[in-house]
Design a protein around this ligand. Structure first.
Ligand SMILES: Nc1nc2c(c(=O)[nH]1)N[C@H]1C(S)=C(S)[C@@H](COP(=O)(O)O)O[C@H]1N2
Ligand SMILES: [Mo]
Length: 433
C-alpha cells in the first residue's frame, strides 16, 4: 500500500502497472485463493497481491557488526523455569526444569540457548583444564582422561533428541486448560551432538566380555549416577559428547563433557561426566531404586523403563493460542526412541477421521521430525490431535490406552496423543481427549 508519509526517496518501480487508478489498484489486490486451487490456493488465501516496490518498505541503514549476534529486538523467545511439576514463575533458585518454547520454533534443531534444562543440583562451573574422566571397573585397563585427550580421539556428530522422562507429566491425572505446548512438552529438544563414540573408549580400556552394565556418574552435587545397559544398540550409538550445535557444550548441558544416549530417557545422558565404571549388573543407585521408577496400578514399581516411546504433538495451533476461521497450516513435532518416524496422522475432528501429515525431510532416527497438514477451519468447535508411528511399528497410544496400561500413579513416560480443543471463539486449549 502506498504510504504518503514515506520518508526518503520514492522506491524504484520495476513493474509497470497497467492501470494506475485507485480502483484498478484495489481490484488487483483481490485474494489469490480460488476454488479448486488446492494447497497453493489455500496457502495464498489472505495474501494480497503486490505490484511494485512501492508496496514494500524502503531500504534501511544498518547497525555495526558484532562479535556475537543476538536475536532481533522484535523476537521474544524464552524458556520457562519451573519447580516440579508445573509450578511456574518460581524463584530461579527453586527451579529444576527450564522448558523449551516448542510452539515458537521452526524445523527440528533447537537453538542452543533454548534447549530444555533439567538439573537436580544447579549448574557446576567446571574448568576443562582440571576436569578428568575415570574409566574403571571390569576392564583390562583403568584410565584417567583429560578433556583434551577426548578431543584428540576420533569423533562422531549426530542429530538426536534428548527428552526428560518426565515430559508430559502434567497430563497424567487431569488436563489444565491454561497450559501451552511449552508447559506440557517443553522437556524435549533436538541438537547435533559431537564427541567420542562410547565404543571407542570401551575398546581403549578393554572392557571384559562379561561386563554388561556401566555406571555413569556426574560431577555435580546431586551425585547423579545411572546404570546403563551395554546393549549392542547403546554401545554403537552412545557418545561421550563435548559439543552441541557446533560449539562446546554449554554449562547447563554438561560442559565440558556429558554422556549422550540417543533414544533413552534424558537422565541416562549424564552431564558433567566424571566416571564410567564397568560391571556385570546394574549398580542400583538411588536414581534407579527410588527416583526413576514408576508405580504401576497394582502398586509394584517398574524399574529400568529406559526408552523414550513414540510421541508427537501439534505445536501450531496449540494451547493458549487463538485462531480465526479459514486456512491453517497445522505444524508439529514427532519423535521416537525406537528409531525414525515413518508416519504422522492428524485428525481435526477429535480422532474420528485421520489423514497423513506431510513429513519434512530429512527424517532422522531418534531425532524430532517436523510434520505439517492443511486445515480449513469452518469455525465450529472441534478438537485437533496428532498420532505418530515409528519404524518399529509403534503407534502413539490414546490417553485412555496409556492410562489403561500404566494407571495414573506413574509420573514418567507419558506419551499419549495430545488433544487441543478449539472453541467457537477460536481459543485453543489443552484437554484430555
Ligand atoms: N550430572 C547430571 N546429569 C544429568 C542431570 C543432572 O541433574 N545431573 N539431569 C538429567 C536429566 S533428568 C535430564 S532430562 C537431562 C537433561 O539434559 P539437558 O539439561 O542438557 O537438557 O540430563 C540428565 N543428566
Ligand atoms: Mo529428566
Amino acid at each position: 500500500m502506498k504510504n504518503p508519509d514515506r520518508i526518503g526517496p520514492p522506491p524504484q518501480r520495476d513493474v509497470q502497472p497497467s492501470d494506475q487508478s485507485d480502483a484498478g489498484r484495489a481490484s488487483r489486490r483481490v485474494f489469490l485463493a480460488s476454488a479448486g486451487a488446492g494447497v497453493v490456493g489455500l496457502v495464498a488465501a489472505g495474501v494480497a497481491s503486490a505490484e511494485s516496490l512501492a508496496d514494500v518498505p524502503p531500504r534501511q541503514l544498518g547497525a555495526p557488526l558484532s562479535a556475537r549476534s543476538e536475536r532481533s529486538e522484535f523476537v521474544q523467545l524464552g524458556r520457562i523455569p519451573e519447580s516440579t511439576p508445573g509450578k511456574r514463575n518460581v524463584d530461579p533458585m527453586d527451579a529444576i526444569n527450564s522448558k523449551t518454547p516448542l510452539q515458537d520454533l521452526y524445523g527440528v534443531i533447537t537453538p542452543s540457548d533454548l534447549h530444555y534444562e533439567r538439573s537436580h543440583s544447579g549448574i557446576p562451573s567446571l574448568d576443562p583444564a582440571l576436569h578428568r574422566i575415570l574409566l574403571h571397573g571390569m576392564s583390562h585397563k583403568q584410565l584417567v582422561l583429560t578433556v583434551d585427550d577426548l578431543k584428540s580421539m576420533p569423533s562422531v556428530s549426530r542429530i538426536a533428541f534428548l527428552e526428560c522422562s518426565g515430559n508430559g507429566w502434567e497430563n497424567w491425572k487431569h488436563a489444565d486448560p491454561g497450559l501451552t505446548a511449552q508447559d506440557l512438552y517443553g522437556m524435549v529438544s533436538t541438537h547435533e551432538w559431537t564427541g567420542v563414540p562410547l565404543s571407542y573408549l570401551v575398546s581403549l580400556v578393554g572392557k571384559s566380555a562379561d561386563s554388561t552394565w556401566m555406571l555413569a556418574e556426574g560431577g555435580d552435587a546431586s551425585g547423579m549416577a545411572r546404570s546403563i545397559p551395554l546393549t549392542d544398540e547403546i554401545l554403537s550409538e552412545a557418545i561421550v559428547a563435548y559439543a552441541q550445535n557446533g560449539e562446546p557444550l554449554r554449562p547447563a548441558h554438561g560442559y565440558p563433557v556429558r554422556l549422550l544416549i540417543p533414544g533413552f530417557e534424558g537422565n541416562m545422558s549424564v552431564k558433567w561426566l566424571r566416571r564410567l565404571k564397568f560391571g556385570d549388573k546394574p549398580f542400583m543407585t538411588r536414581w534407579e531404586t527410588a527416583r526413576y521408577t514408576s508405580v504401576m496400578p497394582d502398586g509394584r514399581a517398574r524399574q529400568f523403563h529406559l526408552r523414550q516411546d513414540v510421541n508427537s504433538l501439534i505445536t501450531s495451533p496449540s494451547g493458549m493460542m487463538a485462531i480465526k476461521p479459514g486456512y491453517h497450516r497445522i505444524s508439529g513435532l514427532a519423535w521416537s526412541g525406537h528409531g525414525s518416524i515413518v508416519k504422522v496422522e492428524v485428525s481435526v475432528d477429535g480422532g474420528l477421521h485421520w489423514r497423513d501429515a506431510q513429513l519434512n525431510t530429512p527424517v532422522l532416527p531418534k531425532a524430532q521430525a517436523r510434520f505439517q497438514a492443511d486445515w480449513d477451519w469452518d469455525g465450529t468447535p472441534t478438537k485437533i490431535v496428532s498420532r505418530s508411528t515409528d519404524e518399529k511399528g509403534h503407534v502413539q497410544p490414546t490417553r485412555d490406552a496409556l492410562i489403561g496400561a500404566l494407571g495414573t500413579n506413574a509420573v514418567f513416560h507419558f506419551n499419549a496423543q495430545q488433544t487441543w480443543s478449539v472453541d467457537a471463539q477460536g481459543a485453543v486449549r489443552n484437554v484430555l481427549a
